[in-house]
Design a binder for this molecule. Structure first.
Ligand code: GDP
Ligand code: K
Ligand code: MG
Length: 290
């Protein structure tokens, strides 16, 4: 397995999706969008690369949800043969240092992936920074890439494939992720919530899929329950005259139909459930921590 690690928001999930040519991991400009470990399975000819996307490691451990996310991020270094350590352009922060230390402890082959190269206008500055990074760790390769526009991503993918032993497959070749359709449906809804609500609704929202069935007409009937912590957040998600929830539902349905290759009928509800992000047991039952 190939682990993609890095601090929040460097573009790990965007890279995973670009490598696979399909959205299996949700992305947004907000840190902590990825809450679970997600595998992306890339099968070609006799090779199967299994990429693991992780929540970004960070220092915030106060709430149960953050503890569980950090655990999922750390434990992903377990059964991994190659680490892609991802950083952003010419930026280096304490959180990058934290992740690099974890990577060093893991003692695995590590390639440095410097993302968002499209944002660095001064290429000389980028080269100088790459040299500085090179001296910081023992990286077998360094790839400046742009996950967003796809620059150098094919090259990275080819190199990963070339480095893999030709071996048995872990997953059937038609799989793109290890996660269930139910899980993916909940994640897609959460992505739209992250994108269509402002910074006022940071991490206080989660989604449960209450029903996921195939109707008589061949349409998937999916019911999603959106949990927030406060009444004001519920109003925010629903929006004026229900407009925001309608947009969220429409956008989520589009992505689901693309991923499942099937027509989808989606219904969404919003409910207040105070304290869910601090309730470790409830979180575990929703799949947090793995
Ligand atoms: P993660 O937290 O590391 O998984 O980061 P995401 O994949 O969710 O991306 C965080 C933000 O960075 C999103 O708004 C992405 O669109 C953006 N992003 C990711 N890759 C690139 C890139 O190569 N260039 C630019 N300009 N933005 C990017
Ligand atoms: K993010
Ligand atoms: Mg992510």
């Amino acid at each position: 397995m190939v682990a993609i690690v890095g601090r929040p928001n460097v573009g790990k999930s965007t890279l995973l999706n670009k490598l696979l040519g399909q959205k299996v991991s949700i992305t947004s400009r907000k840190p902590q969008t990825t809450r679970h470990r997600v595998m992306g399975i890339d099968t070609e000819d006799n090779y199967q690369a299994v990429f693991v996307d992780t929540p970004g490691l960070h220092n915030e451990e106060k709430r149960a949800i953050n503890r569980l996310m950090n655990r999922a991020a750390s434990s992903s270094l377990g059964d991994v043969g190659l680490v892609l350590f991802m950083v952003e352009g010419t930026r280096w922060t304490d959180d990058d240092e934290l992740v690099l230390n974890k990577v060093r402890q893991a003692n695995l082959p590590c390639w440095l992936v410097v993302n968002k190269s499209d944002k660095v206008k001064d290429k000389t500055e980028l080269m100088t920074h790459l040299q500085w990074l090179n001296e910081k760790g023992e990286f077998e390769h360094i790839f400046p890439i742009s996950a967003k526009i796809g620059k150098n991503v094919d090259k990275l993918r080819e190199m990963v494939h070339a480095s893999l032993p030709e071996s048995e497959f872990y997953f059937p070749e038609e799989y793109v992720t290890d996660r269930s359709s139910r899980f993916m449906a909940a994640e897609i809804i959460r992505e739209k919530l992250m994108r269509y609500t402002g910074d006022e609704l940071p991490y206080s929202v989660t989604v449960e899929i209450e029903q996921f069935i195939m109707g008589d007409n061949g349409v998937y009937r999916i019911n999603g329950l959106i949990l927030v912590e406060r009444e004001s957040q519920k109003r925010m998600v629903i929006g004026k005259g229900g407009q925001r929830l309608k947009t969220i539902g429409a956008e989520a349905r589009k992505d689901m139909e693309a991923l499942f290759d099937n027509k989808v009928f989606l219904e969404l509800w919003v409910k207040v459930k105070a304290g869910w992000a601090d309730d470790e047991r409830a979180l575990r039952s929703m799949g947090y921590g793995d």
